[in-house]
Design a protein around this ligand. Structure first.
Ligand code: ADP
Ligand code: DP6
Ligand code: CO
Length: 319
């Protein structure tokens, strides 16, 4: 009943800093690729009491609170009756491990909510609702490459697709180094990041980095895309280290993975990394190198789980 399916997306130009915490208005624009291999399906029904099941287990912790607060916020925003709901969600992605579970989760939840109240929202409106749940979710409404322009108000901060069915030869290998839930959520991490003296530079560079990434995509230029995605991720992690107090999502294996990517490149296997708010590393590469890169990581990390992904679709509904 009222079931929506949304895929995760990984940002190549990252969202990391808000201008408005409540509405999740970002301080920068971002650009991402939606993945085929990771997704969330979520259903919602009216009930006597708010309940949230994740992967079959009733949740009573902060994640349940986050979901109920979100639903009540949407009800108020859209002048809907504040009814209780039962939400059942399954993550086909590790939860809260820096593999973007909140992107697919809140896109799917916005979609399920749309069905529950028969709102018949278009994708732009859905992107706005998803954004209010988790900023990155705004981009998971769409498949392929999408851009979330930062906007000024809630009504003009939404994502849109630049190419929903890209023909670019681009693959992402998720190296699952540690999939336990992180201790510092993305929401909290990006608040802290604003205290870095380099945060202003991060904002100033956003327009030109976004333009350069769009050009790389338009020119089908894998090298330019990879170099810039890697640089943008490094900038984000540098502002975390230089925050006050400084912090990092990296674990020792994260640094080892980065080193392995440098070695691969030196040996003529072109690949780049991007890393989000968690220790897991995503390798960007072309199809011809997927097998060799996988083999190398499996041997160096003693059978680590690697998920191979490419472009995924936008939101869909089960019924
Ligand atoms: P991630 O890197 O996985 O996106 P975040 O810190 O951004 O990590 O978000 C993780 C949080 O998102 C979880 O702690 C939980 O509150 C919420 N979340 C994840 N999956 C779901 C889901 N399927 N339904 C509702 N909320 C979810
Ligand atoms: C590093 O969208 O998870 O993955 O809006 O607070 O829920 P909230 O944060 P979230 O942040 C994503 C951060 C990122 C980069 C990105 O996806 O753009
Ligand atoms: Co997230």
């Amino acid at each position: 009943m009222n079931t929506a399916i949304a895929h995760t997306n990984i940002a190549l130009i990252k969202y990391w800093g808000k201008q408005d915490e409540q509405l999740r208005l970002p301080l920068m624009s971002s650009l991402s690729m939606t993945l085929d291999a990771f997704y969330t399906d979520t259903s919602i029904e009216f009930a006597d009491e708010d309940k949230f099941y994740l992967n079959g287990t009733l949740q009573t912790d902060a994640s349940a609170q986050r979901v109920f607060t979100y639903i009540h916020k949407l009800q108020a925003l859209l002048n809907l009756r504040p009814e209780s709901v039962v939400i059942k969600s399954v993550n086909h992605v590790p939860t809260a491990a820096g593999l973007a579970s909140s992107s697919s989760a809140f896109a799917a939840l916005a979609g399920a909510f749309n069905r529950l109240y028969k709102l018949d929202l278009n994708h732009k409106q859905l992107s706005i609702l998803a954004r209010i749940g988790s900023g990155s979710a705004s981009r998971s409404i769409f498949g392929g490459f999408s851009i979330w322009k930062k906007g000024v108000t809630s009504d003009d901060s939404f994502a849109y697709p630049i190419d929903e069915n890209p023909t670019m030869d681009l693959h992402l290998l998720a190296i699952e180094l540690d999939t336990k839930p992180k201790s510092l959520s993305s929401t909290e991490g990006m608040k802290l990041a604003k205290t870095s003296p380099f945060f202003n530079h991060w904002l100033e560079a956003n327009d030109s980095e976004l333009d350069a990434m769009i050009s790389a995509i338009n020119n089908n230029d894998f090298t330019a895309l990879g170099e810039l995605a890697e640089y943008n991720a490094n900038e984000m992690h540098a502002i975390n280290l230089s925050a006050k107090p400084g912090f990092t999502y990296f674990v020792p294996e994260t640094l080892k993975a980065i080193e392995l990517i440098h070695t691969l490149r030196k040996n003529g296997i072109e690949c780049y990394y991007t890393i989000d708010a968690g220790p897991n590393v995503k390798v960007l590469c072309q199809l011809k190198n997927v097998k060799d890169i996988q083999k190398y990581f499996v041997s160096e990390f003693n059978n680590v789980k690697i998920v191979s992904a490419s472009f995924g679709p936008g939101i869909s509904y089960l019924d």
